[in-house]
Design a protein around this ligand. Structure first.
Ligand code: CA
Ligand code: CA
Length: 473
């Protein structure tokens, strides 16, 4: 008997033959890719987060329009290494005891064989690649990691320098009196100014370009690609064209309450360290410094935009989950403080934008999520097996339903025994000496009035104390 090929089978063959290559590749790959973009020391001045009316971040703002924007996202610690270690290990700083920039979690007893976020993805069939600053530092080797690093966490690591090249004649007034004209900061890099360099010659752009090239290649496995942009981290040197976007005279400054520090704790006041702010005022450099930050942020945005454009034009535009985040916020004079390392809103808050092609609809969530939640969330978004020992909570459901249920306050820690919890209405702070602060964000977004001692705050305080006790065991 003559064998005939069933009609159904012929139809399938014809369909397969006519399928475009890229679509075919996507269908074959069951897991979505991940593109993680971290922008160092980026506070909520990114346009869509509304922190500064003059910020120019058109690329992130445009991308936010199709993504899920987390307007109340907070770090676990307002410093590079503890924040990044927490996000990438999924463990709280008080668990790993990584509080500063010098510790290496893998050298701490009990954390030697930690499976980091990229390692977990690699275990589950992903190719993992990093360029720029993802862990705090690229120093050391897998056998001998050095401060703030975890070499080997990514299968491929492109080691580039950080930020932009330094300007010629970096300290014309000597090390103590910075190029920008401010004296007295102990931080050598507390400086800013334009650099005569094209974007393409900066390390941040090179990092974005490395990741872009990766997206132009064909990959057989799903990928976890991480790109770290260093600006607006100090020193605030950026290509001149970004400084030219801002006129120094018309720069708007945050309102600072003269008496603001009177009702904060001794430890908090000490951290605020008003001397630098006073020095900036004495030299009339406040507007100049804000311009430096805005220019650096605009430059970082251009680097992110370069990468996002290349993703958009790649074969992976429709099957890649994108996460854009800072590692913590940054004060620019609020509470007479500069840079990070406090427990207040300016330090703790950082932008978080997630684009999941199958879930995001250009909506905003005000749920108080933490960067420590990103690890379990990415696991769920990519449908990987759950990892049981993580400290964070998955907010996968909020990516498609930003108003969904969420019962967690965001916890930020600084050193041993200093914590803050943020829910949608309040910020609670407790220092290691027991001093408490409480702010009502519904009418006090600048956290000016500490209401911890008011009798009407008793119930709120009690709830926060209990929640913290539960979290910090
Ligand atoms: Ca940082
Ligand atoms: Ca105050």
């Amino acid at each position: 008997m003559k064998k005939t090929i069933p009609l159904k089978f012929i139809t399938v063959l014809l369909l397969l033959a006519t399928f475009p290559n890229s679509v075919w590749a996507q269908k074959k790959q069951s897991k979505p890719n991940v593109l993680l973009i971290t922008v160092d020391d980026m506070n909520d001045w990114v346009g869509v987060f509304g922190g500064h009316p003059q910020a120019k971040t058109p690329n992130m703002d445009k991308f936010a329009k199709k993504s899920t924007v987390f307007k109340n996202a907070y770090c676990s610690a307002a410093l590079c290494n503890p924040s990044r270690t927490s996000m990438l290990t999924g463990y709280q700083p008080f668990k790993t005891r990584v509080y500063g920039n010098n510790e290496v979690f893998r050298k701490i007893k009990g954390f030697e064989s930690t499976v980091t976020l990229p390692q977990y993805f690699a275990k589950n069939g992903y190719q993992t690649v990093a360029t720029g600053k993802i862990f705090h530092s690229p120093r050391g080797t897998a056998k001998e990691p050095k401060e703030g690093s975890d070499p080997g966490s990514f299968q491929t690591e492109n080691k580039v320098g950080l930020g932009t090249p330094y300007p010629k004649n970096r300290f014309p007034h000597g090390l103590d009196f910075k190029r920008a004209g401010v004296k007295g900061s102990k931080t050598r890099s507390f400086d800013w100014g334009p650099v005569d360099v094209p974007d393409e010659k900066t390390n941040d752009w090179k990092s974005a370009e490395y990741a872009s090239k990766f997206l132009k290649e064909k990959h057989d496995k799903p990928f976890f690609l991480a790109c770290g942009i260093f600006r607006p981290h100090l020193p605030l040197y950026a290509p001149k064209k970004y400084f030219d976007l801002f006129d120094e005279e018309s720069i708007e400054l945050s309102t600072v309450l003269k008496t603001d520090l009177e009702d904060v704790g001794k430890i908090g006041k000490n951290w605020a360290g008003q001397n630098l702010h006073a020095e900036i005022l004495r030299n009339d450099k406040w507007k100049s410094a804000v311009r430096g930050y805005l220019a650096s942020l605009a430059f970082a945005d251009a680097c992110v935009g370069h990468l996002l454009d290349n993703l958009e034009n790649s074969a992976y535009a429709e099957n890649t989950i994108v996460v854009i985040m800072g590692d913590h916020g940054w004060h620019l004079g609020e509470k007479e403080h500069w840079s990070k390392q406090t427990l207040w809103e300016e330090s703790a808050k950082t932008p978080l934008i997630i684009f999941d092609p199958s879930k995001s609809k250009g909506e905003v969530s005000v749920r108080t999520v933490s960067l420590i939640d990103v690890y379990p969330t990415l696991i769920d978004l990519c449908d990987l097996p759950k990892k049981q020992d993580l400290d964070g909570n998955s907010f996968e459901h909020l990516v498609s339903n930003p108003k969904g249920k969420w019962n967690h306050s965001a916890l930020t820690t600084k050193g041993l025994g200093n914590h803050t919890l943020r829910n949608e209405n309040y910020r609670y702070i407790v220092y290691s000496d027991g001093f408490e602060e409480l702010y009502d964000h519904r009418n006090d977004p600048m956290e000016w009035k500490n209401i911890a001692k008011e009798s009407s705050s008793k119930k709120v305080l009690k709830n926060f104390r209990e929640e913290l006790k539960e979290l910090v065991k």
